[in-house]
Design a protein around this ligand. Structure first.
Ligand code: MOS
Length: 726
């Protein structure tokens, strides 16, 4: 059954009624403005804050000389996914744009103006920011690899490559890319009665609260994070960054509410970005196209954005596999995860190389992929919970008209026309979490969990799954998320958040379980409460919001009115025990037509079709939005996005949405999306599997492969800007 629903909060968002973090204005609120380092490496000799301190409205100027005390983060997420060093705790400058101060004043303008009066004297050194040529080191566990899966008698991957009948080998490079959330990182913190309330956009309210508490030395329950609308995330708000920590610490110190909002430009260095990458890919095949060797040696600047692993593992069946990763330490702002971490960069390289191999073998690129279809993960030999990638290819080829793919370099007027194809494999999984389902006397049902909706449609998923589990219309369901006090699985060691394309598959089973348990509670209430007409009656059951014993029937609204109950429900946890037995990934095939202007070298995506294998689809409209959004990321990756770091100063240049190019509507043609909808019942009774990041994987390669088909030019360094095609 295909369901398609508008977003529950859609009207609030498009009318401007939705309150994002920075929209909160508690009485007496102060404004903090960040002061950033203007050297790339060195130490602060002195900071003269006298003029800033005398500036109108200024309440406090915090610097390493007068710091807000923040402890280093030890939790898993910030250490691996962000920057574990809190700002203002020492005088060392590690990168250009590092936070070295914060001015707090009565108004935003007063804080911003005073911040310009802070005079800093540095002992500067020349930063090392050049990724080009950086060698990097094998990262520490748990990221330390290499991983080799070699056939018997094969010494190393080089041996396997040399023994292959056909080989291709090339280096693929990609620039750093920056998160640009619609609402820049912002937090409003208020300390009251021993509790710190923080309005802050986050992908994981419970984790965010725990991280803020740890940094401030508070108990986790003393921090209450509220984040109903995230304002964009994609990994940029998966962990806690300095604006929230500084707002919380300043509110704690000053005893007044404090708001800190990063400017658009500051975002580029005070929060993490997607690191650059360089990958050497080598493929060896038999003449019939079956792979004998796949090798990916990658260098990047952040261990979790691992292109070698996430862009190579689980793509193809091969007799020999080598994956290597090295991480370069540079004097650059911290990297973090961004949508489809690792897989975005890795799939571009691998899927470009597969296209090169297809050309070398003179095999159709779709056929080459079908010949190397994989059923078990090479990592541990486990089968996938579900996989229908071959069907994605067959259906996609048919719908796209792949048979009619133009031969090399067909022109249409001044445009060269080409078509390309690529695979998407996105590792996903299922976390554990808890949800509450509660029947209320006003006739509504509360469905609540401490998940986040970073624009994915999670709130609507709660409403849909709640309504279906209880056989009620969606209008009766009141979904709630984005609050650290809502249920999670407290026994879980993971810090549950909206990451890894895992929210729907994690939350849906918890809601179903809680609904089942809430119905039992309701029936028990109906038969157990002495004011209930069913008191002591056997055989009472729940049916579409009513209680019935076969002869009489009563709505739960009436029942709760009669018993005077404030509500009846249950909070239940759902876990998955299959992670030791299965590999979990979602799959897709992208088909793309590109037009390249003969004279200007401009490449434009003319049409794109994606066939998705991600299990049952809970909300067709939202799922389509996720895939088209992901493919749009891929268009940016292929053709537009790149950050520039000045080698001499370490400054991120063009840190704004005018110079940092992302696709606009004119860059994005109609994107066709088709869902196979084979329920993945191994992963959950809902049959769903993650898809939020899937569209980003492989889409840039499909575009680059189409550019090759159109022009005969193989561009291995992204983005494919016009200069590279002239
Ligand atoms: Mo996503 S990069 O797992 O927030």
């Amino acid at each position: 059954m295909t369901r398609s629903a508008d977003r529950v909060e859609g009207r609030l968002k498009v009318t401007g009624a939705a309150a994002y973090a920075a929209d909160h204005r508690p009485a007496g609120m102060l404004h903090g403005h960040l002061v950033l380092a203007t050297i790339g490496r060195g130490t602060i000799r002195s900071m003269d804050v006298r003029a800033a301190g005398r500036s109108p409205g200024v309440i406090g100027v915090f610097t390493p000389d007068n710091p807000l005390r923040l402890r280093p983060q030890t939790a898993m997420l910030p250490t691996f996914l962000g920057d574990s060093r809190p700002p203002l705790q020492d005088r060392e400058v590690r990168y250009h744009g590092q936070i070295i101060g914060m001015v707090v004043a009565r108004t935003f303008e007063e804080a911003r103006d005073a911040a310009t009066l802070v005079k800093v004297s540095y002992r500067a050194r020349r930063p090392d920011v050049s990724f080009e040529g950086a060698e990097g080191e094998v990262p520490a566990p748990p990221f330390g690899r290499p991983l080799d899966r070699l056939a018997d008698g094969v010494r190393d991957i080089g041996h396997a490559l040399r023994a292959s009948q056909v080989t291709v080998s090339a280096t693929y490079t990609q620039p750093p890319k920056h998160h640009n959330a619609m609402e820049p990182h912002a937090a409003v913190a208020e300390w009251k009665d021993g509790t710190l309330t923080v309005h802050s956009g986050t992908q994981g309210p419970r984790a965010h609260a725990a991280e803020i508490a740890e940094a401030l030395g508070l108990e986790a329950r003393q921090v209450h994070v509220i984040s109903p609308h995230v304002g964009g995330g994609f990994g940029g708000k998966a962990t806690t960054w300095a604006p929230a920590l500084l707002a919380a610490a300043a509110a704690h110190r000053l005893g007044r509410p404090v708001k800190v909002v990063s400017t658009r430009e500051q975002l580029y260095t005070v929060t993490g970005h997607r690191p650059p990458s360089r990958q050497v890919i080598a493929l060896g095949a038999h003449r019939d196209g079956s792979l004998n060797a796949v090798s990916n040696d990658a260098v990047t600047t952040h261990p979790f954005e691992d292109p070698a692993r996430f862009g190579t593992m689980d793509f193809y069946k091969t007799a020999n596999l080598h994956i290597g990763l090295r991480v370069a330490a540079l004097d650059r702002p911290p990297s973090t995860i961004m949508r489809a971490p690792g897989a975005e960069a890795g799939s571009f390289a691998l899927e470009s190389a597969m296209d090169e191999l297809a050309a070398e073998l003179r095999v159709d690129p779709v056929e080459l992929r079908l010949r190397n279809d994989l059923t078990h993960s090479p990592e541990h030999g486990r089968p996938f919970t579900g996989k229908h990638l071959a069907e994605c290819y067959r259906l996609g080829a048919e719908r796209f008209g792949w048979r009619h793919r133009p031969p090399r370099s067909v022109t249409r007027g001044d445009r060269l026309v080409g078509a390309g194809v690529a695979t998407a494999v996105m590792h996903t999984g299922r976390d554990s979490t808890a949800a509450e389902v509660r029947f209320r006397p006003d006739g509504t049902v509360r469905v609540a969990t401490a998940a986040a909706d970073l624009g994915t449609g999670m709130l609507t998923v709660l409403a849909i799954v709640g309504a279906e589990s209880l056989d009620l219309p969606r209008s009766r369901i009141r979904p709630e998320l984005g609050d650290s006090t809502l249920p999670v699985d407290d026994a879980s060691t993971s810090v549950y958040g909206a990451v890894g394309s895992g929210s729907t598959v994690t939350v849906a089973p918890a809601v179903r379980q809680a609904a089942e348990d809430a119905v039992q509670e309701l029936v028990a209430h109906a038969t157990g409460h002495e004011k209930s007409p069913f008191h002591g009656t056997p055989g009472v059951r729940y049916d579409k919001g009513r209680l019935t014993d076969g002869t009489r029937s009563l709505t739960f609204t009436s029942l709760l009115a009669l018993t005077g109950s404030p509500g009846v429900g249950a909070t239940s946890t759902a876990r998955w025990d299959g992670s030791e037995r299965f590999a979990v990934a979602s799959f897709a095939a992208h088909f793309c037509e590109v037009h390249v202007h003969r004279l200007t070298g401009e490449a434009r995506v003319a049409r794109m079709l994606t066939v998705v294998d991600a299990g049952t689809i809970v909300n067709e409209k939202a799922a389509r939005n996720q895939i088209t959004g992901g493919v749009t990321f891929g268009i940016g990756q292929a053709l537009l996005e790149r950050a520039h770091v000045e080698t001499r100063t370490g400054r991120v240049a063009g840190a704004n949405l005018a110079d940092y190019l992302i696709p606009v509507n004119a860059d994005v043609p109609r994107l066709d999306v088709h869902f196979l909808e084979h329920p993945d019942t191994e992963l959950s009774p809902s049959g769903v599997r993650g898809l939020g990041e899937l569209g980003t994987v492989g889409s840039a390669a499909a575009i680059a492969n189409a550019v090759y088909n159109a022009t005969g030019r193989r561009i291995r360094d992204l983005p494919i800007i016009p200069e590279k095609l002239l």
